[in-house]
Structure formats: structure tokens, C-alpha cells
Ligand binder design. Structure first.
Ligand SMILES: [Zn+2]
Ligand SMILES: [Zn+2]
Ligand SMILES: [Zn+2]
Length: 342
């Protein structure tokens, strides 16, 4: 069983997944051990993954058989385990709990070489719909406080298999990054009775210099204080706190916006590795009403996607300070991305 441990100095939780059993010698050759050429995510290899949790299939095809469009399976090497209870305990100044959570893989297409940005919009809509549906399902489990959907593209961004896939990890604690965003959003709301994100989006739309694209429902911005070159913030233009509540009509607009952002990144930056992640509200339903974050969360928090091309590394200064040195001004990045011809 993996274990969650809390560091009282940084206030950060860490997953100790020692059953992955990495010894010193295992680290230099970290590449996965699947035989070259074999891909467990390809159609026909369904028996090589754990049994599927959900899928979108052509009529008549059965679970764990060929004939799917999108398939969700448990991660074969999960960072957290679905079974068991949390068994929270203190050990002196330390806190620990069992590594209970969910770790799922969303196989986005049967086509091994299909880049997400080349997917037909209707196929991308199906991927987004399954992200939403998995979130809605996992929110019911009251052991989970946060559910993160993310994608690693390219080995340098952490993808160990090249077949198009995204992942979902449900954690029994709210991650510190989210707590920071929630606190800022709540403080802004309490002072001004407005959503911080809506204010930012409005301001960016008025100035226009950091806008990458904008459709009827979504806007992509190079954030004013981007940590990384060509970082992008993609969000609904109109207030919405929860990705779990996204409608099918909104999914269409999101698919269009996400596809275009990814196409622009590929063309502009020569197909770089990237990470993206969805920040939505924590699992509010399991929280007691009195807990301080939550009383205005529906009006103060605004869900969004953060996209980070991996063009620069994180080195000593960043680790030591939490400061980032970004060699490309976001205004320049937005201009390049906006103006590149697709
Ligand atoms: Zn494959
Ligand atoms: Zn808002
Ligand atoms: Zn965020």
C-alpha cells in the first residue's frame, strides 16, 4: 500500500509509492520495460491492461474487446490504490495516511500515432466527455478530496508510453497548489464580491496583448506572470466553478479551443513535449459546510486548464525559491502563437 506523508515545514503531502520498488540502479535507465514495438494501449491488446472502467464503443462491441473509441483503465502501476481506508495517524510532528486514491488512464484513441491536435473535433469531444464523466463518478467517493485530470505528452514531459492518453488521479487530500488558488480566489471575492478569474479574463480581453485565441465560450491567455515560456491558461469566458458540470454544448467549444491551442503550440514550437492539467473545485460534497474555503466556492472559483510546453528545465534557483525565470515575455509568446498560420 502506498503511503501519504505530510511535511510539516513545507506543508506538502508526498506519495511514498515504495512498492514500485525502485532501487538505486533502477533510476538511470528509467525507460519502461515494455518490449520495443509492443503497445498495451493499441486496439487488439485490451487483455494487456487491467479491465476497463468505462469506454465509448461502437455498437455491439463488448468490454475489453476491440471496437472502442475511448477507453478508461486503471493504471497498471498506480501511484495510489483504490481499496482500503485512510487510517490517518500522527507520528510525532508528522502526519501520514494510507495511499488511498484512484489512478486511471484515459486511452484517447485506438490510433497509436494520432496526435491529440490532429483528432477530429468530434473525437476530442468524446475524450472530454469521458474526463467529465469519470470526474462525476469519482466525486461520489467520499474518501477523495481532489481529482486531477492531466496529460503528459512526450517522454520529456513524463509520458512513458507514446500512445495518446491522459490520466486522472484522485487524492484523499486537497493539493497545496489548489489550496493556494482557492485562497486567492476566496480573498478576492470577499473583498470585491467578484470572481478573480472573471476579472482577469475581462481585463485580458480588453487589452488583448496576451490573448492567444478566443471563441464564443473559451479564451486562451498567456498569463501576465507566466512561469514558463509559452505557458497558456485556457478557461471558460463566463463564470463557471466546476468542470464536472460542463454541458455537452460547452464541450464542443472546449474541444475547438483545445485543438487550436495544441495546433498552435505544435506549429510554433516544433512539436514540443507538454503537460496540461484541469483545475476544478475540490470535492465539495464531502466537506462539512462549515469548512472555511467552501461557503462561496461556487461564485469565487473558476475552473481552467493550464498548459505548459516543456521548453526549459527547473534548476537550483527555482527549487530553492519557488521563483521562475522565464526567458520569453508572455506578450511575445501570445503574439507568436496568435499569428502563426495554421
Ligand atoms: Zn499503441
Ligand atoms: Zn469566474
Ligand atoms: Zn490553476
Amino acid at each position: 500500500m502506498p503511503e501519504l506523508r505530510h511535511d510539516p515545514i513545507s506543508k506538502r503531502w508526498v506519495i511514498i509509492a515504495s512498492e514500485r520498488g525502485r532501487r538505486p540502479d533502477d533510476f538511470p535507465k528509467q525507460a519502461d520495460t515494455t518490449p520495443a514495438g509492443f503497445c498495451p494501449f493499441c486496439e487488439g491488446n485490451e487483455s494487456k491492461t487491467p479491465p476497463e472502467i468505462a469506454a465509448i464503443r461502437y455498437n455491439g462491441s463488448g468490454p475489453n474487446q476491440p471496437g472502442w473509441k475511448v477507453r478508461v483503465v486503471p493504471n497498471k502501476f498506480p501511484a495510489l490504490r483504490i481499496e482500503g481506508n485512510l487510517d490517518r495517524r500522527g507520528l510525532g510532528v508528522h502526519d501520514r495516511m494510507n495511499g488511498v486514491g484512484a489512478h486511471e488512464v484515459i486511452i484517447e484513441t485506438p490510433k497509436h500515432d494520432l496526435n491529440m491536435c490532429d483528432m477530429p473535433v468530434s473525437d476530442l469531444e468524446q475524450v472530454i466527455r469521458i474526463w467529465r464523466d469519470r470526474l462525476v463518478d469519482l466525486v461520489r467517493d467520499n474518501r477523495f478530496k481532489y481529482i486531477l485530470i492531466f496529460k503528459n505528452y512526450g517522454a520529456a514531459a513524463g509520458a512513458s508510453l507514446s500512445h495518446p492518453h491522459s490520466q486522472l488521479i484522485a487524492t484523499p487530500v486537497t493539493p497545496l497548489t489548489l489550496t493556494g488558488e482557492l485562497t486567492s480566489a476566496k480573498e478576492h471575492y470577499h473583498e470585491k464580491e467578484r470572481c478573480l478569474f472573471c476579472d482577469l479574463i475581462q481585463q485580458e480581453l480588453e487589452s488583448g496583448e496576451r490573448i492567444v485565441l478566443c471563441n464564443d465560450q473559451f479564451v486562451a491567455i498567456a498569463p501576465f506572470a507566466s512561469r514558463f515560456p509559452f505557458e497558456i491558461f485556457l478557461a471558460p469566458r463566463y463564470h463557471n466553478h466546476s468542470f464536472a458540470e460542463i454541458s455537452d454544448a460547452m464541450i464542443r467549444h472546449l474541444a475547438l479551443a483545445l485543438k487550436e491551442v495544441l495546433l498552435r503550440i505544435r506549429k510554433c514550437l516544433n512539436d514540443p513535449p507538454y503537460n496540461f492539467l484541469i483545475h476544478t473545485i475540490p470535492n465539495v460534497k464531502v466537506r462539512p459546510k462549515r469548512t472555511s474555503y467552501w461557503d462561496t466556492i461556487e461564485v469565487d472559483f473558476h475552473w481552467h486548464i493550464e498548459i505548459m510546453p516543456r521548453l526549459t528545465g527547473i534548476a537550483g534557483f527555482e527549487w530553492g525559491t519557488g521563483f521562475y525565470i522565464n526567458p520569453t515575455a508572455p506578450e511575445e509568446a501570445a503574439k507568436y502563437l496568435r499569428e502563426i498560420e495554421l
